[in-house]
Design a protein around this ligand. Structure first.
Ligand code: BES
Ligand code: ZN
Ligand code: ZN
Length: 497
């Protein structure tokens, strides 16, 4: 879907579908929707009076046009209650509109900017949110079906999304916002594709090649390392139960970038069977999503390059399967790591923290002054926060606040969980520096964070546990069931700020 901005009046624009909006309880239409209503001889007003249009968030009313406008159809999308409106609601409305476009097999869809008029938001931010909602809302995982369904048929795909703005003075800002929205939403959709893809396709080797290709396309430096040769024994402890070799991908923004080096680390377990501590079979197929942190990090790097962000960012992505092969690590084993810190493996299913440990050490050796890791780390985080929010932990209140601010803007909810020092004693081991998990005590996201903290030390750091948010079982707003691409947009927002 090509995105563009045009300085033209709505009543003159030829397209298959025109998206306008309305708040709840509005009786008298103004702004762009009012202009269209006038052209349609108050048809929209009549639909409001008759109760068909209520303006509820995500509501959509399709109107076919016969001659009064160059547009073939108009869809009126609801923005919900005006006092509850925010940019995330603009995304929901944009998604609702674009989905109607798909239904009616529109090729060329035009939209007004949601939230800039009486919504009162900054025009660039509103344009960004509108484009994001449209691109994220239009997402469909094509997968590997040999027969494409009607809706997936490329012939019925929307080719163009045009943001229509009649005020010439606003065009420059609208273009800036729309371009940012296009870049971050496409990056997030790419991450969704990676996460939705099966693990026999997305192996560590496939992922490493994907990162190399991406880096070449956008001008990032990319190195793929063999963790075994680099002495990354914690990664190897997980990888040795699988036939697939582990990889460590390092991506770097180019030398012209300034400022303290920020490291993004993403858990890349392309399939988590649990290892010898084998997971129950019922939901095992879902464990192809255990590389969602890695997918988010690689796509964040793409987005910041495309945005030409002049920041000194590196990505360190450990990739492996966690399988119960004959060579696999066993519960009770003691393994070393790149840092020299030793770990007693209690459960081989607590593998994410092991591979993150070596990635953290490597990032520190590369001079990272700030570390951000994201990982589908614990089922406990899903128990605590559900699919609604990611857990955030760390050793820097300032960094956590920065992330809370970024997430507020993107609508990707995060919730601060503690790293009380009391948790440390649950990882005490008699044979190693620490255990990889407790023998049954709760607080699992926090204990996972506590394990990582030992490798991070004093370097300012935040850990995002995205186990619940990376993949959702029920659609919400602009996101379909399945991979969400979380937290690409929040990482980009954090880096921008
Ligand atoms: N990949 C899982 C966590 C997970 C569970 C992600 C469900 C997404 C959905 C992780 O490697 C894991 O198995 N964690 C264990 C840790 C435990 C052994 C301390 C868990 O949460 O049970
Ligand atoms: Zn696991
Ligand atoms: Zn895992």
């Amino acid at each position: 879907m090509k995105v563009s901005v045009q300085n033209i009046s709505l009543t003159k624009f030829r397209c298959d579908l025109l998206i306008v909006n309305i708040f709840e309880k509005v009786k008298k239409l103004g702004g762009a929707t009012g202009v269209i209503d006038d052209a349609l001889e108050n048809h929209i007003t009549k639909l409001i009076s008759s109760g068909e249009i209520e303006g509820k968030l995500g509501e959509k009313t399709l109107i076919h046009i016969f001659g009064n406008l160059p547009a073939c159809r108009v869809v009126v999308v609801g923005l919900g209650k005006r006092e509850e409106f925010d940019l995330d609601k603009a995304r929901v409305a944009a998604a609702a509109g674009i989905r109607v476009g798909k239904q009616v097999k529109a090729k060329k869809v035009a939209t007004i900017i949601h939230g800039a008029g009486i919504g009162g938001f900054d025009i660039a931010e509103a344009a960004q949110a509108t484009v994001e909602g449209a691109i994220l809302g239009a997402y469909e995982f094509d997968g590997h079906k040999s027969e494409k369904s009607e809706i997936r048929n490329p012939k019925s795909e929307i080719k163009e999304l045009i943001i229509v703005e009649k005020d010439k003075r606003k065009i420059k800002n609208v273009k800036v916002g729309a371009r940012i929205g296009e870049i971050v939403a496409n990056a997030e959709n790419n991450a969704r594709d990676l996460v939705n893809s099966p693990s026999n396709k997305v192996t560590p080797t496939y992922f490493a090649k994907y990162a190399q290709k991406m880096a070449k396309a956008v001008g990032l430096k990319c190195t793929v390392l063999d963790p075994e040769k680099k002495g990354m024994m914690a990664i190897q402890a997980i990888a040795k139960g699988s036939k697939e070799p582990a990889k460590l991908v390092v991506l770097q923004t180019r030398a012209s970038t300034r400022g303290p080096r920020i490291a993004l680390i993403g858990k890349g377990v392309t399939f988590d069977a649990g290892g010898i501590s084998l997971k129950p079979s019922k939901k095992l197929w879902q464990m192809k999503i255990d590389m969602a942190g890695a997918a988010a990090v690689v796509e964040t790097m793409r987005a910041i390059s495309q945005l030409k962000l002049k920041k000194n960012v590196i990505a360190v992505i450990p990739l492996t399967e966690n399988m119960p092969g004959g060579g696999a690590s066993k519960p009770g084993d003691v393994v070393s790591s790149l840092s020299g810190i030793t770990t007693e493996i209690i459960s081989t299913d607590a593998e994410g923290r092991m591979i993150l440990a070596d990635a953290i050490t490597y990032a520190k050796r590369l001079g990272a002054k700030v570390i951000v890791d994201c990982a589908t780390l614990t089922g406990g985080c899903i128990t605590a926060l559900g699919e609604t929010a990611s857990g955030i932990m760390g050793n820097s209140d300032k960094l956590i606040e920065d992330f809370e601010e970024a997430a507020e803007k993107t609508g990707e909810k995060i919730w601060h969980l503690p790293l009380f020092k009391e948790y440390k004693k649950y990882l005490r081991s008699t044979v190693a520096d620490q255990k990889n998990c407790t023998e049954g005590m709760g607080a699992s996201p926090s204990v996972g964070g506590t394990f990582l903290h030992k490798f991070v030390g004093d370097t300012p750091w935040v850990h995002l546990d995205i186990a619940g948010t990376a993949n959702i079982s029920i659609a919400k707003g602009y996101l379909k069931k399945g991979a969400t691409g979380v937290p690409v947009r929040t990482l980009v927002e954090f880096l921008k700020a």
